[in-house]
Write a protein that binds this ligand. Structure first.
Ligand code: ADP
Ligand code: MG
Length: 288
């Protein structure tokens, strides 16, 4: 079957119910996840932290429909992902999810524009449509003028921007980022965090990000801490919106990256929770 059935109405975009994952069997079995319960609302920015081997990537792979749990239920936008075929899960990935990785994962001898066009190609968009949309998305991440450059001609921060453009070009509901600043120096890391923050604030994209660094986690609103395959703590990030857009050390030109080429028009329903601050948007448009 090549369509995704409609989900039941659900206020959560993501819900894990008693999810476990066991790799291997018998004495060699590894219990990577031991009964995870997790609910994420549309528009949240969640940082996932925890020691190496605590189950972060396993959990992200399940959330990203790249892997399936051994037991328990994963509900995405009201849809029980466990009832979907492999094809349907691939469709769900293509239509509703975006991925950003530590190593950028761009095609090397391919221009920034073509890298960003790729997901649209898989979706069957026409050439003209693809180019226009990819161009617009590169502009939104501050890369106007860099369209024809290959990854080797771009800095690490710029490559990660291309990867983010590729991840959001199909307007995903959720953006997964696994250590997105792991290969970047601190200035570039802040630049990428400012961009993820702006996408979350201004477009209402739900962001779920694995990071080892407290410095990066504080951009999130909520931090879920894994330990030994369980959620050890789950709470609000210490800094609130107004503070996080004024992070000391963040260069002025990187504070509101979407404002660089004029504010990007928001499309789709505003899924932000009512409590969400609008600081970045109002400053971005100049009407304080
Ligand atoms: P983290 O991302 O927090 O470092 P992982 O989710 O990668 O943790 O790993 C959790 C546990 O599951 C670890 O003990 C790891 O060795 C094990 N594990 C992860 N992936 C596999 C796999 N494909 N096969 C076997 N064991 C795995
Ligand atoms: Mg990992």
């Amino acid at each position: 079957m090549n369509t995704i059935p409609a989900g039941q109405p659900n206020t959560l975009v993501i819900e894990l119910k008693n999810v476990s994952k066991v790799y291997g069997t018998g004495p060699a079995a590894t219990h990577a996840l031991r009964g995870i319960d997790l609910g994420i609302s549309p528009g949240e920015f969640v940082a996932v932290m925890g020691p190496s081997g605590s189950g972060k990537s396993t959990c992200m792979n399940i959330l990203g429909c790249l892997d399936t749990p051994t037991s328990g239920t994963y509900v995405f936008q009201g849809l029980d992902v466990g009832t979907l075929s492999r094809n349907q899960r691939a469709l769900l990935r293509r239509h509703a999810l975006g991925f950003v990785f530590q190593g950028f994962n761009l095609l090397n001898r391919t221009s920034a524009l073509e890298n960003v066009e790729l997901p649209l190609l898989y979706r069957g968009a026409s050439g003209g449509e693809r180019r226009a949309q990819a161009r617009q998305t590169l502009a939104a991440v501050g890369l106007t003028g860099w369209e024809s450059h290959t990854p080797g001609e771009l800095s690490g921060g710029q490559q990660q921007r291309v990867a983010i453009a590729r991840a959001i070009v199909c307007n995903p509901a959720v953006l997964f980022a696994d250590e997105p600043t792991g290969n970047l120096d601190s200035a570039m890391s802040l630049e990428i965090m400012a961009l993820l923050t702006a996408l979350n604030d201004e477009r209402g994209i739900t962001v779920i990000m694995v990071t080892h660094e407290r410095e990066m986690a504080r951009f999130a609103r909520r931090i879920v801490y894994f330990r030994d395959g369980r959620i050890d703590s789950d709470g609000l990030a210490r800094i609130i919106h107004e503070e996080r857009v004024n992070i000391p050390g963040l260069p002025e030109q990187h504070r509101f990256p979407l404002a660089a080429g004029g504010c990007v028009a928001m499309s789709g329903p505003d899924t932000r929770p009512a409590s969400r601050g609008r600081g970045a948007v109002s400053r971005c448009t100049g009407d304080a």
